[in-house]
Design a protein around this ligand. Sequence first.
Ligand SMILES: Nc1ncnc2c1ncn2[C@@H]1O[C@H](COP(=O)(O)OP(=O)(O)OP(=O)(O)O)[C@@H](O)[C@H]1O
Length: 237
Amino acid sequence: MNRINNNTGGIIYLDASGGTGKTFLIILILAEIRAEKHIALALPSSGIAATLMEGGRTAHSALQLPLNIAEQQLPVCKISGTFGRGQLLKHAKIIIWDECTMAHKISLEAMDRTLQELRKNSEIMGGALLILSGDFRQTLPVIPKSTPADEINACLKKSHLWPKVHILQLTKNMRVELSKDETAAHFAKILLQIGEGNGTQRSPMISGQAARCWRELQCDTRKTQCRYKTEYLYIWS
Ligand SMILES: Nc1ncnc2c1ncn2[C@@H]1O[C@H](COP(=O)(O)OP(=O)(O)OP(=O)(O)O)[C@@H](O)[C@H]1O
């Protein structure tokens, strides 16, 4: 919240596994900023996630991202600064992109270029604060007829913007904590194991694929984590 109040722009990635309270926290942040009559935009990757947030619109719709974005050299969002959408992006205090792990890295780069142009500011994201949230153990970008390597290459972590991202973590599974249900705890544990590639014997295929993707993506995370180690905020631990 300090960063929001001080108008410090940049990108924050809220790294949190399923059930740790990403959506809960995003809804709180949106409400807090809107209560002060500022503009807070919620742009999740999927329509389902958009229905969970007040005023949520999918990132593709709100940013008018080209459908064939991966085939373009330097794509930008098809938004003019003079009309509604452009004005919103220009004056937004904060932009939140939930389920960001599904997004192609080129979408983030297109958003960066567009915001710099709209806000007439050459800083990252045109000086706006972007909060990415998601879990790389969940869905990665869908690339038609691709190999695991293509998917990893399309991930946000492979973007040239990623080294500038400040990572925060949520670690306590609130869904399990609140339900006090042992089967929910067991299910959450198995999900984490599969996501991290230490899958169960019942799902060797899933765990094999996940293991490759997770190991590859972890290498990048560790580098970034070292950089920001002292700034880490373990909110729930
Ligand atoms: N700080 C909190 N206090 C009370 N309840 C919380 C808190 N954080 C999360 N919850 C509750 O825990 C449950 C899971 O939270 P939420 O749906 O936000 O998690 P998530 O990280 O978005 O999960 P997923 O990745 O599966 O979508 C929800 O019922 C939510 O209301």
